[in-house]
Design a protein. Structure first.
Ligand SMILES: C[S@@+](CC[C@H](N)C(=O)[O-])C[C@H]1O[C@@H](n2cnc3c(N)ncnc32)[C@H](O)[C@@H]1O
Length: 203
């Protein structure tokens, strides 16, 4: 039987989770799908409701094996690029032929896109416990153009740390963004985990 990673992933280091995802890559899809992973579908549906042109390029940041890209493509988004820090996860995303461009980068370097390159950035299951650190929120937000959309999720483990929601609240109260969507719902229902999903529009 394959090793279960869901049990220990959330106590992992958000500064560099590459080793963990290198080991998990080949069984990731199977394990999360068996647990009913639904946050990508929830974000894809919510994004579809607020986007007027589904041919706009989306950066699926932390694309992993491509489950998030698949959900976006399934609701009609046509142009999706993927970026991640794990070459093992991205190799599997490549096989799904969802992304127009796929790139792996080293998280100790700058995110390799330029400002305003994407009107829409997603970080689905990426920021927080078990993956990327909170600073990634600021980095991605700063790369969006005015009116750009940022769609992301925080799972229950991440929400247990008040700094994450505080970051979103500060972004709104300082007038840098407005919230187009926020809802709490299933994340990995068979593992009894939920998540908040958010869509912010940059002002
Ligand atoms: C739980 S997986 C989610 C993957 C995909 N978005 C999905 O919904 O299936 C988290 C992903 O975040 C990536 N990741 C971790 N730290 C990162 C960072 N600092 N920058 C970008 N991606 C990161 C991991 O390599 C992994 O592929």
């Amino acid at each position: 039987m394959a090793k279960s990673f869901l049990k220990d992933i959330y106590s992992g280091d958000t500064n560099d989770s590459r080793e963990l995802y290198a080991s998990w890559a080949t069984t990731y899809d199977d394990e999360v799908q068996k647990n009913g992973y639904v946050t990508p579908k929830r974000i894809a549906n919510a994004l579809k409701d607020v986007v007027t042109d589904q041919s706009d390029f989306i950066l699926d940041y932390g694309c992993g094996t491509g489950l998030s890209g698949y959900a976006l493509q399934s609701v009609g988004f046509e142009n999706i690029d993927g970026l991640d820090v794990s070459k093992e996860m991205v190799m599997l995303a490549e096989e799904k032929s969802i992304y127009k461009n796929l790139k792996v980068f080293d998280p100790s370097t700058e995110i390799p896109i330029h400002s305003n390159q994407y009107k829409i950035i997603t970080a689905i299951g990426v920021i927080g416990a078990g993956a990327a650190p909170l600073q990634v929120f600021d980095s991605l937000f700063s790369l969006l153009p005015q009116n750009g959309l940022f769609a992301f999720s925080f799972n229950d483990h991440t929400l247990n740390d008040p700094n994450y929601e505080q970051k979103v609240d500060n972004c709104l109260s300082s007038g840098h963004a407005i919230m187009l969507h926020k809802s709490y719902g299933d994340h990995l229902p068979k593992a009894e985990l939920k998540s908040n999903i958010y869509i912010l529009r940059k002002l």
